[in-house]
Design a protein. Structure first.
Length: 184
């Protein structure tokens, strides 16, 4: 696979910081070492996201949010922006470490609607209906940076995922997404 140039949010985690997270003493590191083995290596990876403006009316007030949905399978948590990413927040990266977009726009919009409704319901608003959501796909796509920690042995590596923007370890969905992509 050839390297291609992508637009990515600027990462907030360096390689050394990611290595420190993956090797830090504590229950999570101990769990991973017991479950899969020692940390073998780390690598940067980038997931494509589509950014949407979502508007809805509730309680007489108009609400608007910017959400990004992963464009590979739509299974990860939404990423919310206060404003569209400025050019100063983006970098061009030449890499081959990114899966291709696999989620068609129609399915992506349906998944986005479901996830937005869940977010709104978690905030305590139960009267919003699907028909009230106005969804607008913003032009272009961005990639979000991640650090992958590979644990185990050469023939059975397991993946642990660190979101390089939000500085947090991702769950099983993100690990499964990256492991499936790497196995393909």
């Amino acid at each position: 696979m050839e390297a291609s140039s992508i637009r990515s949010l600027r990462p907030n985690v360096t390689r050394d910081e990611a290595l420190a997270v993956f090797t830090s003493p504590g229950p999570a590191t101990l769990y991973w070492r017991m479950r899969a083995g020692r940390l073998q290596r780390i690598a940067e990876a980038y997931l494509p996201y589509r950014v949407y403006r979502v508007r809805y009316r509730m309680g007489g007030a108009q609400h608007a949010h910017l959400f990004a949905l992963d464009a590979v399978e739509g299974s990860l948590d939404l990423f919310e922006f206060a404003a569209p990413p400025a050019e100063s927040e983006l970098v061009q990266v030449a890499t081959r470490n990114h899966p291709r977009i696999a989620l068609d726009e129609g399915r992506a919009e349906r998944l986005l609607r479901e996830k937005v409704l869940r977010v709104v319901f978690q905030q305590g608003f139960f009267k919003l209906r699907k028909s009230n959501l106005e969804v607008e796909l913003l032009p272009g796509q961005i990639h979000l940076p991640y650090w992958l920690g590979f644990y185990g042995h050469e023939k059975s590596l397991r993946c642990r995922v660190l979101d390089a923007v939000r500085r947090r370890i991702e769950g099983a969905k993100a690990a499964a997404l990256f492991e499936q992509w790497l196995a393909a």
